[in-house]
Design a protein. Structure first.
Length: 78
């Protein structure tokens, strides 16, 4: 991947994480610590980031957003 593309991808991820963190804070949810491994050498495929999964599930419940609204938030489209 080109250097500019990598920078853009990383910036988009930072913005997306900031928006999700802000939304979680507005509903009293503590975001999980970053750094959960998503891959494992001995495992086939990818692992679930269970702390993030729990936090996002709680955000979905507390926000009572419609599915399209929640997906837009997670994708950073809001």
């Amino acid at each position: 991947m080109h250097e500019n593309a990598c920078r853009r991808r990383d910036l988009n991820r930072e913005v997306q994480l900031a928006e999700i963190t802000k939304a979680m804070a507005s509903f009293g949810i503590t975001p999980p610590e970053p750094g959960c491994s998503a891959t494992q050498e001995s495992a086939n495929g990818h692992l679930l980031n269970k702390p993030l999964q729990r936090a996002l599930s709680e955000l979905a419940r507390r926000s009572a957003s419609s599915l399209p609204e929640f997906v837009e938030l997670i994708r950073g489209q809001t």
